[in-house]
Design a binder for this molecule. Structure first.
Ligand code: NAP
Length: 340
C-alpha cells in the first residue's frame, strides 16, 4: 500500500489519571477511507491541539460527550479536499472542521467551513480566525463589555485565546494586565501584544498583594482561562460592578480530585460583581460576524498572533501533554504532511 493510501490516526488508548501520558494514546495505521455519495475526502494539513480535549478524555458528563476508549481523538483541523463526491464543493478547496487526529477524514460539506487562503495563512482558521479567536471576541466583548479606561486582567495571556483578549481590550481603550508562566511570554505580551503589565505567576510569591499594588482601583474585567490561585488573587481585587468571564480553568484539568473552591466569593457581593461562564458555541449563529471583524483587524495590522507548530501527526500526543504543562508558546498546531 502506498503512503497516501494509508491513514495514520491517533486513538484514546485509556483514560488518563492526572496528567496524560504517552501510553494514554495509540497511533494506528489503517486504510484511507473512501467518501460516499454527497461526501468529501479531506487530507489534513493542520491539527488543532486544544485544552478542552483533556476534559473529553474523562468519563464525565459535560457539554459534549467524552471520547470513547479506542475511538479517535476528536478535534478541529484544516485540510484540503482531495476527493469530492458532492456537487457543493470541489477538490483542492481548503476547509476547516471537526476532522479529528487523523491524516484523512470523510466529511459532509455542511459540516465544513471553507477557508480562503488569500485572507490569511490557512492555519489561522484554527487560531485567531477560528475557535480561539471567536472565544476571545464574544467572551470579552459580549460578556464583559469593556469600557475605555477600565482595567482588564487576562490569565494565560500569551495563549491562543488570551493573546486576542488582551489586544481587543487594548483596542477598546482599556489598561491590560496579563498573567503568564515565563519571562519570555511576559516580554512577548508586553512588546508584541501591547499589554500594559504582566504577572509571572510562577515566580510571584504573593499574587494577591502583587495584584492589589498593580490595580489600586481594582479590576473591572477579568477574563479567566486558568482558575486556581490566579483567579483567587483576581477575585480579591475586583472593582465595583466588575465582570468576570469564566472561559477556561486549565490549571484544574489534570486534577484527580477537585481543588478547594474560592473562599472569597463574598468579594462578589460587596463589589456587586458578575461571574458568567460561557462556551464559544453559544455564539454559533454569529461566527461569520466575529471572523469578519477579526480578519479586518488582522489585515490592517491591529491584531497579531503567534503559532507554536510541531511537525507530524505522531507528535500530537506529546504536544498536547506539553500544552497542559504550560509549555506551548502561541496557538498549538500540528503540521500534518502526507508524503506522496
Ligand atoms: P493556550 O492559552 O494557548 O495554552 C494553554 C496555556 O495555559 C499554557 O500555555 C499556559 O500558559 C497556561 N497554563 C497551563 N497550565 C496552567 C496552570 N496550571 N496554571 C496557569 N496557567 C496554565 O490555550 P487556549 O486554547 O488559548 O485556551 C485557554 C483557555 O480557554 C483554556 O482553559 C481553554 O479550556 C479555554 N477555552 C474555552 C473556550 C470556551 O468556549 N469557553 C473556548 C476555547 C478555549 P502560561 O505558561 O502563561 O501559564
Amino acid at each position: 500500500m502506498s503512503r497516501t493510501q494509508e491513514n495514520t490516526r491517533i486513538l484514546l488508548a485509556r483514560r488518563p489519571h492526572g496528567a496524560p501520558k504517552p501510553d494514554d494514546f495509540r497511533v494506528v495505521t489503517e486504510s484511507r477511507p473512501e467518501p460516499g455519495e454527497g461526501e468529501v475526502l479531506v487530507e489534513t494539513l493542520y491539527l488543532s491541539i486544544d485544552p478542552y480535549m483533556r476534559g473529553r478524555m474523562n468519563d464525565v458528563k459535560s457539554y459534549v460527550p467524552p471520547y470513547e476508549i479506542g475511538g479517535l481523538m476528536g478535534g478541529g483541523a484544516v485540510g484540503r479536499i482531495v476527493k469530492s463526491c458532492s456537487p457543493d464543493i470541489h477538490e483542492d478547496t481548503i476547509v476547516e472542521g471537526m476532522l479529528g487526529w487523523q491524516q484523512f477524514a470523510v466529511a459532509k460539506p455542511r459540516h465544513l467551513r471553507i477557508v480562503d487562503p488569500r485572507i490569511a495563512p490557512i492555519s489561522t482558521a484554527l487560531g485567531i480566525l477560528g475557535m480561539p479567536g471567536l472565544t476571545a471576541y464574544f467572551g470579552l466583548l459580549e460578556l464583559c463589555k469593556p469600557q475605555p479606561g477600565e482595567t482588564v486582567v487576562v490569565s494565560a495571556a500569551s495563549g491562543a485565546v488570551g493573546s486576542v483578549v488582551g489586544q481587543l481590550a487594548k483596542l477598546k481603550g482599556c489598561r491590560t494586565i496579563g498573567f503568564v508562566g515565563s519571562e519570555e511570554k511576559a516580554a512577548y505580551v508586553k512588546d508584541e501584544l501591547g499589554y500594559d503589565a504582566t504577572l509571572n505567576y510562577r515566580v510571584i510569591a504573593d499574587l494577591q498583594k502583587e495584584m492589589s499594588e498593580l490595580c489600586p482601583d481594582g479590576v473591572d474585567v477579568y477574563f479567566d482561562n486558568v482558575g486556581g490561585p490566579i483567579t483567587d488573587a483576581v477575585l480579591d481585587n475586583l472593582s465595583q460592578h466588575a465582570r468576570v468571564a469564566l472561559c477556561g480553568q486549565i490549571s484544574q484539568y489534570n486534577n484527580t480530585r477537585p481543588e478547594m473552591g474560592p473562599r472569597n466569593l463574598w468579594k462578589l457581593i460587596v463589589t456587586r460583581s458578575r461571574v458568567e461562564g460561557f462556551l464559544v458555541t453559544d455564539f454559533g449563529q454569529r461566527y461569520a460576524e466575529g471572523i469578519s471583524a477579526l480578519a479586518g483587524w488582522l489585515a490592517d495590522g491591529t491584531l497579531r498572533y503567534r503559532e507554536d507548530i510541531v511537525q507530524g501527526i505522531e507528535s500530537a500526543p506529546a504536544a498536547f501533554i506539553r500544552m497542559l504543562e504550560g509549555e506551548n508558546f502561541g496557538k498549538l498546531l500540528v503540521r500534518v504532511d502526507t508524503p506522496e
